[in-house]
Design a protein around this ligand. Sequence first.
Ligand code: MOS
Length: 752
Amino acid sequence: MAGEAGNLFGRPTPRVDGVAKVTGAARYASDEPLANPAFAYLVTSAIARGRVGAFRLDRANAVPGVLDVLTCGNVGGLAKPPPGGDGGPTTTTLESDRIWHAGQIIAVIVAETYEAAREAANNVEIEYVEEPPSATFDSRGADVQPHKARGPDPQKGNAAAAFADAPVTVEGRYQTPTQHHNPIELFTTTCVWDGPKLTIYEPSQFMWGLKVLVAKQLGLDPANVRTISRYVGGGFGSKGEATSRTAWIAIAAKRLGRPVKLVATRSQGFTIASYRAETRHHVRLGATKDGRLTSLSHEGWEVTSRPSGYNVAGVDTTARMYACANIFTAVNLVHADRNTPGFMRAPAETPYMFALESAMDELAHALAMDPIELRRVNDTQIDPLTGLAFSSRSMMQCFDQAAARFGWGARGAQPGSMQDGEWLVGYGCAAACYPTNYAPAVARLSVTPDGKATIGLAAHEIGTGAYTTIAITLAHSLGLRLEDVTVYLGDSDLPPVTVAGGSNNAASTTHVTVKACEEVRRRIAQAAVVASDSPFYGSDPATLKLVERRLTGPGAGSESMEKAIGRVGGRIEVYAENVPEGLPPNALAKLYDGEVTFSRGGGRKDVTAYAFGAHCVEVRVHNRTRELRAPRIVSAFASGTIINPLTAHSQYMGGVIWGLSSALHEATEIDAASARYINDNLADYMIPVNADVPSVEIIMVPEQDDKVNPLGIKGIGEIGIVGVNAAVANAVFHATGKRLRELPIRLEELLA
Ligand code: MOS
């Protein structure tokens, strides 16, 4: 589709915004200069369940510089709560005195300075009407919503009967903890009114959705709401959904007649946005003596808030991993007094693949079989749930290349069989996978007579390199150089693009870019073939191409870009709308209305579209202290077309490191009695430092996929993290003989 033009696809290209980022010229939402802003500080609930009996605000109002205090009492009726993905609220809001979770926003102070607002917030006196909260699984009062009430999960054949008949079986219960994204850029919102027009500076992974949702909450015409965030300092899903804070800052700015800026604290970020909820799993596998799966059963439990049914239901993926005739899956929800969870990098696959890929390792051990060979025996090119072919699936190529590079062949067959001095050494592996999502998108492209192109779309630079992939695609498709093109993102005055989530961003933005470029090429070619002074006079316009700043045709020579554009009559403006094949006709209308519609990897009618990968991990456990290290990881991925191997490498590597973190470091600790988060700061929330990650090698396995989408792009944002946690746990088993089914795995788990 983009083919011949500039040959920039697949060439390692430094970020086009790199200099702006390292020099501080890149403006994040709260960096936007404003005249005379006032500052907001959030007052959040100290209790997890109950209601606000009364506010006493005298001491807060007496703090010099305080301008306004907003509570459910004085502004509660002015905004509807933002809806969450499942229809329930993502976070609860000021509209009533009901408290759903600890850290819920219950009042907002506005003052001349940040410090005054903070001081006043600390002087708000609140009488709570307290009810005993339920923190998590097994807490008294937690409300289990069984899968039958939730709706159907994937099934096939009779998994229970096949399990009973299987010559070899394994069964395990697994658990993953609460985690918080902690993007370095905090959750900020700045609102500025100009008559009926509202501008919101807020980091978001869905500029257009935020604009429409806030308009709906406040009863405004969406045309009067503009959202701006040209760069996002990390999102990982936490900035994918609208939260309650935005409407309240908008109301504060309106009441005051002045811009109001909120920068929430790190610890408030744990409760005013989303997180990865804790999960539990029960996996049962049955197999023949040569390792062929005959029964796969995966039941999950996920914690969510009281009012929301948010869940990630990763069985949709685990049920598709291996050839198997009998599959049972179920996902149950557990409602507790918690903020509503949400997307966090590979939301579904990170916890659910931990369970499945750990169980596969247990099966390999029960069969006395190499775990990579077990995957090979059960590999399939056919989606076991639907019978559709995978658009492409290079999982075993990934295992083979990772294993070769890693030196998997040196692995001792028995757990505890490898030792290096005082260190027990273990090798573990696991598969990675992620569905290919692809969404409608719109872009505005203009090409000027000097042969420069500018594209604008309300897409997102969340650190992934989106400015660069779009610039590459644009230059490539118009036969221009990178320096000839300019990309504008992160502003809802630009045409709509869906949420930067589900790893759809690259596919969605590049396809619409190519579509816009194709229209430019068509107009240029059309003008050239009807101009009698043109070398292409009378040619078929479809045969003309833009290459290296020239218009060329077969056997007809070429002419400069400037001349070719001049013939069209000056500036060329294109408004392109791209809708993935197979989506319903209203997909574009939904996008303009702020709704997300994807062509989903597992929901297509033609093929099943997933990217695959494989990890090999070495761990070392000290034989006396049980100190646990992961000195080496080799991971291989096949995700179709790679637009920019340089940024792709970083994406994969960042994902793998996060996977290591999810195995050995990360967990948000919850106090069972108060249902509050304990380690809600970067000092206590454990993440790996450089010394924890000595070596991560990334192999990009070439893969051409002409079925997944025209450009063959599968997306790479999330697959890197998937399965690393299982590979680490499997390596720990191989080192020590101890099977740990609950994350994170820390030294104390290895002592007994
Ligand atoms: Mo991603 S968790 O879909 O931002």
